[in-house]
Write a protein that binds this ligand. Structure first.
Ligand code: NAD
Ligand code: MG
Length: 279
């Protein structure tokens, strides 16, 4: 097991990783579980969001691909969505700005007429050994992106979501067992799970389901761009399954939560952690 030592700048480029993460490009097979739905997926250029976008398209959904600025990665995903016979809409920009969150939803409504599935998945983290290393700006940015964007996306999308719609937040195993070197990030991931549980109760009467997914260590650009190289090479080794997960291994959970198959699943947090327990 283990990965070659490697390092990238935030936000990291998927195609520069060794090995390139497996997002299901050559393996995911759909069976019409999301036929006719329109999905918004943030951070959909790479990693888990890319795996979700590919799976959703192969299940029959049109996909708005929101990402920061990794244009080549995002174009590859758009081509995969189109190859699945679905519409792909690319929107780059900074989701820590509430106005951009509203613009993403406006674009989805303009293109698709509705939002049936909203996946709030974009996030920032950075390793620090000491709290004094964390600037005020970085702390505020981490919350604005990871938690703030979730709030602003949901608020903007709700008027366009019909009964049967689904909202999914990307949480983390870090919310129960926080790595001290990721303290602000871990706190945002706990907030996402908690906020999802509130929304599930608030939106049940509208027929809208809300859940979160808690990934364990997954091989994505987030890892070589935010962890020191020695942690990158051992990433995931200490899970019960003895390895990091690939983004493709997250897709089934996100499909279940988005699809009508999951019609009574709301307020849940699904662990995809390679055996690490969550609370
Ligand atoms: P990733 O780097 O592939 O995806 C994160 C994406 O967020 C990036 O592609 C980028 O386009 C987007 N993004 C970053 N800053 C942004 C900004 N300011 N505005 C708009 N978009 C921005 O990494 P990933 O690991 O697939 O992360 C996806 C989600 O999974 C995150 O919420 C992360 O916290 C969660 N997660 C990942 C792991 C893991 O081990 N990789 C573990 C638990 C949870
Ligand atoms: Mg990316």
């Amino acid at each position: 097991m283990g990965f070659p030592e490697q390092q990238q700048q935030v936000p990291g480029i998927q195609s520069k990783m060794d090995p390139v993460p497996d997002c299901g490009e050559n393996s995911y097979r759909g069976s019409g579980k999301l036929t006719g739905k329109a999905a918004v997926v943030t951070g959909a250029d790479s990693g888990i969001g890319r795996a979700v976008a590919i799976a959703y398209a192969r299940e029959g959904a049109d996909v708005l691909i929101s990402y920061l600025d990794e244009h080549d990665d995002a174009k590859e995903v758009a081509d995969l969505v189109t190859a699945a016979g679905q519409r792909a809409v690319l929107v780059s920009g900074d989701l820590s700005d509430p106005a951009h969150c509203r613009a993403v939803i406006d674009k989805a409504v303009e293109e698709f007429g509705t939002v049936d599935v909203l996946v709030s998945n974009a996030a920032f983290q950075m390793s620090h050994d000491d709290i004094t290393e964390i600037s005020d700006e970085e702390f505020a940015y981490t919350f604005a992106l990871n938690v703030g964007a979730y709030f602003h996306l949901v608020k903007a999308a709700l008027p366009h979501m019909r009964p049967g719609s689904s909202i999914i937040g990307s949480s983390s195993v870090n919310s129960d067992m926080p790595s001290p070197t990721l303290a602000p990030y871990a706190a945002t991931k706990a907030a996402i799970a908690n906020f999802s549980a509130s929304l599930a109760q608030m939106l049940g009467e509208k027929g809208i389901r809300v859940n979160s997914v808690a990934p364990g260590p997954i091989w994505t650009p987030l890892i070589p761009s935010t962890f020191p190289t020695e942690k990158v090479s051992k990433f995931g080794d200490d899970t019960p399954l003895g390895r990091a997960g690939q983004p493709a291994e997250l897709a089934p959970a996100y499909v279940l939560l988005a699809a009508d198959d999951g019609s009574y699943i709301s307020g849940a947090r699904i662990a995809v952690t390679g055996g690490r327990p969550i609370l």
